[in-house]
Every structure is written in C-alpha cells, then in structure tokens.
Design a protein around this ligand. Structure first.
Ligand code: CTP
Length: 398
C-alpha cells in the first residue's frame, strides 16, 4: 500500500530510536522509500551506518554540510517527501516544533516543509505529562500535526505510564492512514470504547458486560477512511485496532480526563459503556471479612462525559455522537436521550438479552438525528462501524 511513497524519517535522540531501525525495514518492506535524518542526540542511540544500511539511502545529519546542500538543499529535502515522520519525537523536538525553532537540520526541515507531518512521541512519563509538553502538544495539534501514541507501559527508565513510543507496525499503520486518500484524511476523531472499572478496593471493582467490540470496529473503520483516531478505551475484551492512538483508562473519571486531553477533535464518537456511578466509599486497603457483617457501599455519580463534551462552549467537536443501549421503547428513549445529552446523533440499540447483541458480533441500530430515526438492518458490528464512519465523513463534509 505504501509503494512509491517517500517518507522523510526524522529520528530524535531517545532510547526508542532503536525501534526506528525496525520502522525503516517495515516501511521499506511495504514499498516506501525512507530518507533518514538523525539529530545529534539520535546518534548517541543509533549509528548513522546502521540507519543508512537499513534505509539504503544516505543519512542526513547536519544543516551546514555543504556536500549535502549541493546534493539536495534542506528546503528541497523537506518537500520531496509524501510524509514527514518524526520517530521518536522527543520532548525537545516537540518543543522546537511548537516554538518554531530551526537551529539544526531536523528542526529546520520541520519548519521548511509543506508536507504533512506525523509524530510518534517517546519520553519519560513525567516529561510527557509536564504542562509544557502538553501545551506544546496542543499547539502542534492546532497546527495540524498528526500524532501516533505514545502508548502506556513500562519504560526504559523503569517508570510506568504513557510515554512509550508506538510499535513500528502501529506507526506503519498510522503512516498508511495519513497517506490514504480516504475522505477523513487530515481529520481527527475521538472514539471512546469498552466498559469502565470502578474500584471498590484495590482488588475489587464494579464493571459491565461491554466487550468494546463495537467501539473498536468504529475506530478501525474511521482509521481506514484516513482519520487520525484517538481511541480512549476502558478494559475491553478485544484488542485496539492498529494505527490509532490508544489511551487506556480504567474508571469513568480517568476516561473523562483522557477525553478532555484529546480535544480538539473534528468528531467525537462515545461508544463506551461508562459506569453511571462509582463507589464513593472505595477503600485504599482491601476490605476484610469482619464480624460486624457486610460492608456497605455508598455510591457517587460519575461525570457524564458525553453530556460534558456536548455542552462545551469552547472546543466542542463539530459532530458529537452518543450511544444508547436500551431494553424498552428504544427509539423514544434514545430520542429523549439525544436532547438530554445535547449530542448531534445517538446510535441506539436494543440490548435485551434475547437480541444477543451485548457481547455478540452483530448489531441492529437506529440512528437518531435532528431529522428523525433511521432503522438500519441487522448486520455485523464491522458493517455498522463502516456505515457509521461513512456517515461521519459525509457530516464533516469530507
Ligand atoms: N456516557 C458518558 N458518560 C457517562 C455515561 C454515559 O459519556 N457517565 C455516554 C455513553 O458513552 C453513551 C451515552 O452516554 O454514548 C449513553 O449512556 P447511557 O448510560 O445509556 O445514558 P444514561 O444517561 O445513563 O441514561 P439511562 O440511565 O437512561 O440509560
């Protein structure tokens, strides 16, 4: 699918640079050509020789290398590609990009390019969560820079959390999506999916039966149409699709925070089965059997994420889509829910046990919009997802 595509790969200075060697192989296996650029710091992690051997091309390293300028000036180099990929995108590189600095070859290319740019951040979790990085990220998003990752996980520094660079195949899928001339190319879409887990104590939680299948299929279908997808998922049974930025959360409150961080987006699809209540009296220590009888759990209401996003004055997505899982009076309930939540559409489905929809592979939905209710025939969840993704593309005028 990447045959004939030219990728300018800027490798930043982080331990994740070793994955960029594999990324070069994977891109070339798919027919892309890769022109590599190393920052000074990157050379501490991977050698120019191994990078150029894998890329089969010269490595560009220095802005003031006159031979390079004679062969291909930095302006030309920055524009000859179909896509510029920055992997790993360090905090430093992101800061330079956001601030418009151009004091080395990599940052100058990023300033000079008129080509789309995709970044794959990698850094320590504290650096990722630092307000400066988050500020820079918001600026880069506003500038239309594409983003893949970072993933959650254990890092080379031993800490755990968001900051790991996406795996090479995930980056390849994002490259595919960015270069796909699908109707959603250049659009950023948020999808929530899966159940939430609301803790009772450190080992117990309250959950629901959502498998995450429908939300996952929607995220895949949107990515297939070329969208940049941020996939905020609770602990689901199915794996997230490739080529999307996965933000894994547990509770409704974590999901709300992740959703707000992901804004702005062109459209938000809220397919998660968010718990309406959490245990207000959740304990930091495991509850033990006592002679005093059973523990009493008191509940507090969770934030309604769909409602909150639908009512944002500043930063409301152009299209907000909610889901309604009902067992009675599906259309009437879902129509009322659309108004109550303030979203544009509701995808309603009948989850009565007899339908076998919850946890199953098929779905029969009714799309509720301001114009009325539209029954879709029963079909696979993948087909529902593709149809919905096409409708999203139409609504965004793509
Ligand atoms: N939702 C949400 N945050 C919540 C609860 C729900 O974002 N705390 C979203 C879901 O992702 C879904 C929609 O709201 O898109 C419908 O949720 P639902 O739980 O069915 O709505 P409720 O307001 O709880 O209505 P009811 O209790 O009548 O079913």
């Amino acid at each position: 699918m990447l045959a004939g595509k030219r990728i300018l790969l800027i490798i930043g200075g982080g331990i994740a640079a070793y994955k960029s060697l594999d990324l070069i192989r994977r891109l070339r296996e798919r027919g892309a050509s890769v022109t590599p650029v190393l920052t000074r710091a990157a050379e501490e992690f991977v050698t120019p020789l191994s990078v150029s051997a894998l890329a089969g091309e010269k490595v560009y390293r220095d802005l003031f290398d006159l031979t390079d300028e004679a062969e291909m000036g930095h302006i030309e180099l920055s524009r000859a590609a179909d896509l510029v990929v920055v992997a790993p995108a360090t905090a430093d590189l992101m800061g330079k990009m956001a601030g418009g600095l151009a004091n080395d070859l990599a940052s100058t290319l990023l300033m000079a390019t008129d080509t789309r740019v995709l970044i794959a951040p990698a850094m320590n979790v504290r650096m990722w969560e630092h307000p400066a990085t988050q500020r820079n990220l918001a600026l880069l998003r506003g500038d239309g820079i594409g983003l893949i990752g970072p993933n959650d996980g254990t890092m080379a520094c031993g800490e755990f959390g968001p900051g790991r660079m996406s795996e090479p195949l995930e980056i390849v899928a994002a490259v595919d999506a960015a270069l796909a001339d699908g109707p959603l190319a250049g659009r950023r879409v948020l999808v929530t999916s899966g159940p939430t887990h609301e803790p009772i104590d450190p080992v117990r939680y309250i959950a629901n039966r959502s498998s995450g299948a429908q939300g996952t299929a929607i995220a895949r279908a949107l990515a297939d149409l070329g969208a940049e997808v941020v996939f905020v998922t609770g602990p689901a049974d199915v794996s997230p699709p490739p080529g999307v930025t996965v933000v894994a959360v547990q509770s409704a409150r974590e999901m709300e925070a992740a959703v707000m961080r992901a804004l702005p987006v062109d459209a938000g699809i809220f397919a998660a089965a968010v718990a309406d209540w959490r245990v207000a009296s959740a304990s930091d220590r495991k509850l033990k059997k006592t002679r005093d009888g059973m523990p009493v759990l008191s509940f507090a209401e969770n934030p309604d994420i769909l409602r909150a996003v639908s009512h944002l004055d500043d930063g409301r997505p152009g299209l907000v889509v909610g889901f309604a899982a009902e067992t009675d009076d599906v259309v009437a309930e879902a129509t009322a829910k659309r108004l109550r939540k303030g979203c544009d559409w509701i995808v309603a489905n009948d989850v009565s046990p007899a339908t076998g929809i919850m946890g199953g592979t098929e779905n029969a939905v009714t799309l509720i919009t301001a114009e009325g209710a539209e029954d879709w025939p029963r079909m696979g969840k993948d087909d529902v997802a593709r149809r919905l993704a096409m409708r999203v593309a139409e609504a965004l005028g793509a």
